[in-house]
Design a protein around this ligand. Sequence first.
Ligand SMILES: Cc1cc2nc3c(=O)[nH]c(=O)nc-3n(C[C@H](O)[C@H](O)[C@H](O)COP(=O)(O)OP(=O)(O)OC[C@H]3O[C@@H](n4cnc5c(N)ncnc54)[C@H](O)[C@@H]3O)c2cc1C
Length: 552
Amino acid sequence: MTSKPVLLTVDDDPGVSRAVARDLRRRYGEAHRIVRASSGQEALEALKELKLRGEAVAAILADYRMPEMNGIEFLEQAMDLFPRARRALLTAYADTDAAIQAINLVDVDHYLLKPWDPPEEKLYPVVDALVETWRASADSAVEEIKIVGHRWSAPTYDARDFLARNAVPYRYYSIDEPEGRRLLDAAAADPTEIPVVITTEGRALLAPTPAEIAAAVGLTVDPVTDFYDLIVVGGGPAGLGSAVYGASEGLRTLLVERQAAGGQAGQSSRIENYLGFPDGVSGAQLTDRARRQAIKFGAEMLTARDVTALEVQGSARAVRFGDGSTIAAHAVILATGVSYRNLAATGCAELTGRGVYYGSAMTEAPECANRDVYIVGGANSAGQAAVFFSRHARSVTLVVRGESLHSSMSHYLIQQLEAIDNVHVRTRTTVGEAHGGEHLEGLRLDHADGTSEKVETSHLFIFIGAQPKTDWLDGVVERDEHGFVWTGPDLLLDGRRPTGWVLGRDPYYLESSVPGVFVAGDVRAQSVKRVASAVGEGAMAVTLVHRYLEER
Ligand SMILES: Cc1cc2nc3c(=O)[nH]c(=O)nc-3n(C[C@H](O)[C@H](O)[C@H](O)COP(=O)(O)OP(=O)(O)OC[C@H]3O[C@@H](n4cnc5c(N)ncnc54)[C@H](O)[C@@H]3O)c2cc1C
């Protein structure tokens, strides 16, 4: 039997604490368990226990002013345990600073001013909204998805990464442990068939594809209809920006994402320079908010669907999926971003997913405890990852080909890295070889002076630049020699419009060489590779879509 989802309240004032719990119990007691704590520490202990028992937490109401650990500090730690529990902060008066800090740090959903009498007017509408949002999230429905696998199996890593990036909670069982073996036996699977994904209804999928996992855990994989006003390809910041603006402005909008919403930004441990977040925001938080916002406005979002072709069908623009099916729209926005370049070092390809990872691979963080971790790359993404992993690993070594970080990394990040004791930077160095059996065991580092050294490590994270994967657009839209898609004025050669262009006007600023096909974000030739610009272009592309639709 599944237990009732918890509503947790924490306040150091016993009178207030009792009153909140009483009011909550009165209205929510039947369907929820109300848990009360009198300090942040006590509440964290309670949350840890709930986690171990596999219980769900729907919402947390925390007092702001508490001694030792204030409400924001508490909520920040609570999020590590229950990231999808909705959060409200209780403040004695309108404390603007605290409020701003809370928005940035812990993504607070609501504020409650004390006292909240009468609760029918002031408390319950807020808690209703929290509970409703939580119910609509994956957390409530899929609490007991299980993954059975092995830490050094690349397909296991891929499945865990896929669920984590789609914010689908799951419990992981290793086949090295008795419970893992038991589940494997129950699913009639053998160890070569991992991962085994067991759904909440108890259905076991052996070595499933991402699309099979997506469908089984309740992510949308099939479009509701076959014609839309706007199809957005790619669910990174640019695509999410397009979906939010498209849907909010009344366009029937479908977003198609190959892997998980958030794109590169979703993998960032802390984005420090996005407007409005003075304390930074994690990519996962930003993605979660954007995705909820897009869905709230009515955008449809398909996950684990790969677009493999774009076709012009008269005035319609059709996209083809990997399985051969197609859907069409009046207009398309390409927001497919870029993907990491592969590291050519010997042994890397074989060990990918088994100690060698592209991008931050944040699900690996707990595995890095007491280990020496290596990161390749000298740009901001590598720097952010070094800061992130320094909190988990014994040491982090940044392997940088160039003379110094100064030409490739932002000044603020270099300063942050310099202040962290367990981060080391090796410049003029490359990874020559990765070796290991079942998993990564060591690297050969090659120095610019011709010498080499061998180091032992179980984790290598690679951030060596990125390229657009747009071969599927070959012959349809014009691209530069690296595969970035040309748009707007860049398409005009000596004032001449692109070949096949039939309209009596020039292509709009973000329009490709095919009218009605727009491009936003990193995949666009000459674009600024930033979250803010991607979101901005996503919004602007929608405005141009409107203009295009009006002239037809
Ligand atoms: C680790 C890291 C840290 C970063 N930190 C910062 C930072 O602090 N500040 C900052 O401004 N920028 C940062 N960036 C850069 C920023 O994340 C990117 O500029 C931004 O994400 C680009 O957004 P996008 O939507 O254009 O593309 P992407 O984020 O690349 O998203 C593209 C999406 O399209 C999907 N896709 C691709 N092809 C297909 C297809 N054929 N069918 C369906 N879906 C497809 C991909 O799966 C992906 O989800 C960082 C990047 C990384 C990797």
